[in-house]
Structures are given as C-alpha cells and as structure tokens.
Unconditional design. Structure first.
Lengths: 117, 113
C-alpha cells in the first residue's frame, strides 16, 4: 500500500511569490494535517482537515490556507512568501472515527522542502 | 497550553551503549504520548506510543513508559546501533483533539562504531 505522498519534494521560490503544496493520504484515511518544520526544530501544527472541513488551525498567519478535496487529498497554499517560510512542510494522515475519535497513529509523508530566496 | 520539553542534543554514544533521551510534558487532561524518529532527508516515523498512564510503548528495542506522576516519557534503549543515528522527537496528542500533535524540539543521536 502506498503511504502518504507529497509533491513536490523540493521547491525554490522568491519572496512575495505564492506556493501550493500537495498531499495524498493513505487510502481510507479521511483526515489530513499539515506541519511546518523549520531547520533544527520540531514540527509545528498548521491545519487539520477532515471530510473536507477545517477542524483545527495552528498559530499561523492568514497567508497560509488549505483545502481538502473529495478524494481526501489536500493542498497547502502560502501567499506572499517570506524568507522565514523556508522549511520542511510535512503532511500527515490519520484514520479517525467520527472526526475526533480515539488517538490513532499519524502517518507522515517525506515532506516538501521549501526554500524562499 | 500543552507543551513538550526534551533534552537538547546532540547525544553521542558508542555502539552498544545505553541510551536515555529525557522528555517531559505539560498538558491538561490525559494526553497520548509518542516518540517519532526522523532519519536524514526523510519524514517522521512513529517509533512507539502510549495512550494512558503506566503504559509502556516499545518497538525495535526502544521503550518508554508513560509516567503521569512525573509527567515524563523518557526514551530508552539498552544497546544502540550505528543505524539508530537520527533525530528523535517526543510528542503529545490531546485526547480531545487527536489530530493535533505537539512536538518537542528534537534530540539528535549520533552513534559511533
């Protein structure tokens, strides 16, 4: 079975540009979460989507947005890129019963390395 | 708010040495606790987990026990290998928000032959 897949693997953007990152969850998983991992730090929660609805949002500016599609894949969009947005962006999928069920394992993708110059 | 604190690295050990990486947490309620491992250039892999007090998670020779009285979840391994070299993250997930993981800052482990 395929794991969580993210694309692209690497990306270089210029300050002020917009970027879209993509994630496909494990088959059967309806929950997708996004995390930002700055070099040398632990991942920070950005968003969680379940059944195409936003169920949680971390402490990130409105430049960050996301959506989930009917096939449960997800996109993370970042507008007006800043140098500080350079990070590894991780996507994780869970199988959640009823959206907020028992704690289940989060499966992570390999991440997208975004460099803003 | 909820938070996780883990010991700073890097931790450098010789092969077959005993490993301890300390992790303490602050949380309301009864969180689940996790250890994730990140190998160079890769995403995160779940190493082990514990969902209630006194539970012991174990995998690949690694162990951690959920200690509510000391709010700790220390990672241990009796004999490390070179292949264990990676960054280890302690994390918690609140029962009421199982989708959101809160991570510590990570501890880099380097095992020398």
């Amino acid at each position: 079975d395929a794991g969580v897949t993210q694309s692209p693997t690497h990306l270089i953007k210029t300050r002020g540009q917009h970027v879209t990152l993509r994630c496909s969850p494990i088959s059967g998983h309806k929950s997708v979460s996004w995390y930002q991992q700055v070099l040398g730090q632990g991942p920070q929660f950005i968003f969680q989507y379940y059944e195409k609805e936003e169920r949680g949002r971390g402490n990130f500016p409105d430049r960050f947005s996301a959506r989930q599609f009917p096939n449960y894949s997800s996109e993370l969009n970042v507008n007006a890129l800043l140098l500080g947005d350079s990070a590894l962006y991780l996507c994780a999928s869970n199988f959640l019963l009823g959206g907020l069920g028992e704690n289940t394992e989060a499966f992570f993708g390999q991440g997208t390395r975004l460099t803003v110059v | 708010g909820n938070s996780v604190t883990q010991m700073e690295g890097p931790v450098t050990l010789s092969e077959e040495a005993f490993l301890t990486i300390n992790c303490t947490y602050t949380a309301t309620g009864y969180p689940s606790l996790f250890w994730y491992v990140q190998y160079p250039g890769e995403g995160l892999q779940l190493l082990l987990k514990a969902t209630k007090a006194d539970d012991k998670g174990s995998n690949k020779g690694f162990e951690a026990t959920y200690r509510k009285e000391t709010t700790s979840f220390h990672l241990e391994k009796g004999s490390v290998q070179v292949s264990d070299s990676a960054v280890y993250f302690c994390a918690l997930s609140d029962r009421g928000s199982s989708y959101k993981l809160i991570f510590g800052s990570g501890t880099r482990l380097l095992v020398r032959p």
